[in-house]
Ligand binder design. Structure first.
Ligand code: ITT
Ligand code: MG
Length: 215
């Protein structure tokens, strides 16, 4: 396959992530292609112990299959009250193939059982309770099949899981993730606002810095 330098392949089938990458990379003149509907890439089992392991595996598997550089994102939610869960299991917290609604419902169920004396952050909306401190984590890996080299970066953002979903933007756990700096959930932020503080936005900024320095 010839190298089209105006398109970057993202090793994801998650449309929410794809929208965020497309938004972030458009100003650089880069369009985004995902693996949705592409049967040249074998199924990728995300069995790594860390987000970085999984990101490297996704990028390398897709990069080798397609013969072009590929960027992969492995990300997830860590909660204090659940000892870091769901972590690398975030996408399948409620079971293999589970959707966002089922994962969010399970998170609320698990936290409801444990959230007894959670300190409450100031600025929460009237009547809303915080169930745990939480953090979104993102590992990015860019793999070039010509050299076999990776460029990697990670990012995180701290916040709180609240007891009900608020907002309709973003994807995944966004409606339950309250961001103190904005006084809103991730799902109540615009794409620009989310990108300015999110785990993915921060990782992408670091990766861009790294690539500027090394090329
Ligand atoms: O592996 P790909 O195909 O990229 O898509 P995925 O949805 O399976 O992605 P991950 O394996 O990285 O799992 C990450 C899960 O963590 C959650 N997550 C990651 N980033 C998020 C964000 O910005 N907002 C809300 N939830 C997020 C979301 O539920 C994802 O399904
Ligand atoms: Mg996945």
């Amino acid at each position: 396959m010839s190298r089209d330098l105006s398109v970057i392949v993202i090793a994801t089938k998650n449309e929410g992530k794809a929208r965020e990458f497309a938004h972030a990379l458009a100003p650089l003149g880069l369009a985004v292609r995902t693996l949705s509907g592409d049967d040249r890439v074998p199924a990728i089992v995300e069995d790594g112990e860390t987000f970085a392991d999984n990101a490297r595996k996704k990028a390398r598997t897709a990069g080798e299959a397609l013969g072009v550089p590929v960027l992969a994102d492995d990300s997830g939610l860590e909660t204090e009250a659940l000892g870091g869960e769901p972590g690398v299991f975030s996408a399948r917290y409620a079971g293999e193939g589970a959707g966002d609604a089922a994962n969010n419902a399970k998170l609320l169920r698990e936290l409801a059982e444990r959230a007894a004396d959670v300190p409450q952050p100031s600025g929460l909306p009237e009547g809303v309770r915080a169930l745990s401190r939480a953090r979104f984590v993102c590992a990015l890996a860019l793999y070039d099949p010509e050299t076999g080299a990776f460029a990697e970066a990670d990012g995180m953002v701290d916040g709180w899981i609240i007891d009900r979903p608020l907002g309709s933007g973003g994807f995944g756990y966004d409606p339950l993730f309250w961001v103190p700096a904005f006084g809103r959930t991730m799902a109540q932020l615009t794409t620009e606002e989310k990108q300015s503080i999110s785990h993915r936005g921060r990782a992408l900024a670091k990766l861009a810095d790294l690539l500027r320095k090394t090329r």
